[in-house]
Design a protein around this ligand. Sequence first.
Ligand code: BV8
Length: 251
Amino acid sequence: MLTRVAEAIAAARAVVAVTGAGISAESGVPTFRGAGGLWKRFRPEQLATPEAFARDPDLVWEWYRWRRAMIAAARPNAGHEMLARLEARVPRFTLLTQNVDGLHRLAGSRNVLELHGNIWRSRCSAEPDRGFDDRSSRGQAEEAASDASPAAAPRCPSCGARLRPDVVWFGEPLDTRVLEAAMAAARDADLVLVIGTSAVVYPVAALPSIARAAGARVVEVNVEDTPLTSEADFVLRGPSAIVLPALERLL
Ligand code: BV8
């Protein structure tokens, strides 16, 4: 199976990778729905929704700050690094990630669409276009300058409204331009590598089917079956940090 996937990659003009939390699992970042996953301790409705933020912004920020601390300690793993190298080996490569951890860019991937946003950015809850890179010293200075206690949601230095993580919550639309670019890449693809996602969150979960309907073949890399497994042309069962380098050795 691995050899047939390597042959499909070698023959492809346009490759799209769709990744989820599973590709970051071996970097020590917990997944959402697996054993010990993030949603085990909290329900999505409790934290990753605009209603949750309106109800208890400090609790939501506590969760995101906890995740940022974990992600800050994480490094890209062999799976992220293989995809970064693959980008240079195929004529057209687009990486569509649901992950907000930024590890693909850290690994060197360039053509990355962060479909659910990025945990290191925040934006004003009252002025959506006013965003901040909280990894920058300025972002941290803004946060530190806010006179609230460290546990409280940071405030916008411009208007005083609360800042929110610049991620897409349940019930919120994805950025239209980003989603349109992702759909276009899916329709153009000869091969889609779906890696480390439970394939249950829409509209991203629809992308492999859109690609397949336009003639692409679909490879699933996962440690377990998902709703996509029965649709996939190739199923590579195993951890992505092992499977992807093994695949690369055959290219
Ligand atoms: C929207 C925030 C509309 C950022 C997240 C019924 C049917 C269809 C859709 C819906 C429905 N009811 C509600 C909806 C819509 C909803 C949705 O899809 N709900 C699902 C749960 C049914 N979708 C939305 O709300 C989206 N918006 O539809 O808007 C709209 C339009 C106009 C106007 C208004 C509204 C927004 C979705 C985004 C939600 N935000 N997170 C953050 O805090 O991170 S979702 C959350 O789940 C994360 O972003 C995550 O990326 C995403 C998907 O999870 P996965 O990445 O797949 O991770 P998971 O843990 O689930 O799975 C890990 C996988 O890896 C597993 O399969 C595991 O086996 C595997 N694995 C583990 N280790 C490894 C591995 N694989 C390989 N190697 C390993 N080592």
